[in-house]
Ligand binder design. Structure first.
Ligand code: NAD
Length: 480
């Protein structure tokens, strides 16, 4: 008789168990409290077959677009109905604050509403070729879209790809992360309750190196949408090359904010709080480097330090200023990276190590200065509540520092003079640049990276076109 809460995989419209279960712990206490069926390669094959049947039958692609609008709106409404229960599960399994967990499901519902609004507007063009021809394009679904999700925002990242994929008429097989997979099952429940046909969405939790890799290499995979780390993305791209499978890659970042001499300090401090301490810094687009004009440097280091030291630290359920990291491994990696930076000469102004006296995975909010620009901590993603602050003297120097990593996800500029802010923004490398508010924008604004941050765009109208392929039909008319 098991005493842990149990969760299952969703395949071909039904919930399915397994011989083995993956244990899930609570990051606030370190205690195992739930488990989820570990999908096997056979489960992956069953999910792929179900999705393929859906594609072959045209279940989503041959119906009137209005039907897809109806399904997507119904899914949004079911997500809203499940939000309170689902947010509690997400908060507990992931460690994140309840408020953030709730926000994730609200965002997930919004993705379905937003792309419902586009599902009946995927229009091709008519191309003039003279009177002897009729020529037009149409946007066709890719077929089976395999979507691989990371653990930092599982439901909202899942909805970000799932909603436009369904809007465009694809069938989807989702691989949830081994860490924090439970709350994503509520999205499958919402799809089931909304009456989405069986096979249109399948949700599997299994090992990335086994089930994830199998899905990537599967002959029926028509598209891969991957969100996760650079090394995994690179491995997937190598596998995808075998069949030239089209891919969207949403990878990591090392994003910088540039604070000009005339920046509004309150805007900067509010943005630092959101930019690096939201979700305990486990955000691909986190503000992990703050580049500050030398005239404001001492002042800003002091204010950021005060902010960090004033954050309440506690379990997600208490909506603290800083919640625990997702896992013991993550905590150890973040702490080790801080310790290596300090050993290499960085000054730790505050934090730098885990919170003692608890079994939870709590990392102290950390601010590092005097960091060499070619050092690991300035160049590589930490994925924790760790901020590097660095001074600059000229705009050219700031831009070179911001652009000087292998990543290019987002960037930010703070300045009361919009002409200078805009000039700087245009020089920054990245898919999105924020001016005067980190994370400005929303599900309506395209998001994605350049360089090792990946390629392809999610969010906004543009993302829909990641889930279709253009077909051109050219007709030769008979002479009159
Ligand atoms: P990860 O790369 O370890 O895992 C991501 C997913 O890939 C998991 O579901 C995992 O099981 C799966 N996977 C692992 N090996 C695989 C393989 N060989 N084939 C197929 N699938 C495989 O990443 P993570 O630790 O879960 O997430 C953190 C990373 O994700 C960070 O680098 C972060 O920046 C990035 N991220 C990017 C975005 C974005 O939109 N750009 C958003 C969130 C997170």
């Amino acid at each position: 008789m098991h005493t842990l809460e149990r969760y299952y995989n969703y395949i071909d419209g039904a919930w399915k168990g397994a011989d083995t279960f993956i244990k899930i712990d609570d990051p606030a206490s370190g205690e195992v409290y739930a488990e989820i069926a570990e999908a096997s390669v056979e489960d992956a094959d069953a999910a792929m077959a179900a999705a393929q049947r859906c594609v072959a039958a045209g279940t989503l692609s041959s119906v009137s677009p209005a039907q897809r609008v109806t399904w997507l709106l119904a899914i949004a409404s079911e997500i809203k109905a499940l939000t309170e229960d689902a947010a509690l599960v997400l908060c507990r399994e992931n460690g994140k604050s309840l408020e953030v967990a709730r926000g994730e499901f609200e965002e997930a519902a919004r993705y379905f509403e937003y792309y419902a609004g586009m599902a009946d507007k995927i229009e091709g063009t008519s191309i003039p070729l003279g009177n002897d021809y009729i020529d037009f394009t149409s946007y066709e679904p890719m077929g089976v879209s395999v979507q691989i999700v990371p653990w930092n925002f599982p439901p909202s990242i899942c909805a970000r790809s799932l909603a436009p994929a369904l809007a465009a008429g694809n069938a989807v097989v989702i691989k949830s992360p081994e860490i924090s997979p439970l709350a994503m099952t509520f999205l499958a429940t919402a799809c089931q309750r909304a009456g989405l046909p069986r096979g249109a969405i399948n949700l599997l939790c299994g090992k990335g190196s086994v089930v994830g890799a199998h899905l990537v290499k599967h002959p029926n995979t028509n598209q891969i949408v991957f969100t996760g780390s650079v090394p995994t993305g690179q491995r997937i791209l190598r596998d995808a090359a075998e069949r030239a499978t089209p891919s969207v890659m949403e990878l990591g970042g090392k994003s910088a904010a540039i604070v000009h001499a005339d920046a509004d300090i309150e805007q900067v401090i509010d943005s630092v709080q959101a930019g690096i301490f939201f979700n305990a810094g486990q955000v691909c687009s986190a503000m992990s480097r703050l580049l500050v004009h030398r005239s404001r440097y001492d002042d800003i280091v002091e204010r950021v330090c005060k902010l960090a030291e004033g954050l309440s630290i506690g379990p997600g359920i208490e909506n603290p200023g800083l919640s625990p990291l997702v896992s013991r491994d993550q905590l150890e990696q973040v702490e080790a990276m801080c310790q290596r930076a300090i050993a290499a000469g960085a000054t730790c102004v505050t934090g730098g190590e885990r919170v003692s006296g608890t079994n939870g995975y709590f990392m102290q909010p950390t601010v590092l200065i005097d960091v060499a620009v070619d050092s690991e901590i300035f160049q590589d993603e930490v994925f924790g509540p760790v901020l590097v602050i660095h001074p600059f003297d000229t705009e050219d120097e700031a831009v070179a520092l911001a652009n000087g990593t292998k990543f290019g996800l987002v960037a930010g500029v703070f300045d009361i003079y919009l002409d200078r802010a805009l000039r700087t923004a245009r020089r920054l490398r990245g898919g999105q640049v924020f001016i005067n508010e980190w994370f400005a924008g929303g599900i309506e604004t395209p998001f994605g990276g350049v360089g090792l941050s990946g390629f392809g765009r999610e969010k906004g109208q543009e993302a829909l076109y990641s889930y279709v392929q253009t077909r051109n039909i050219a007709i030769r008319l008979k002479d009159a």
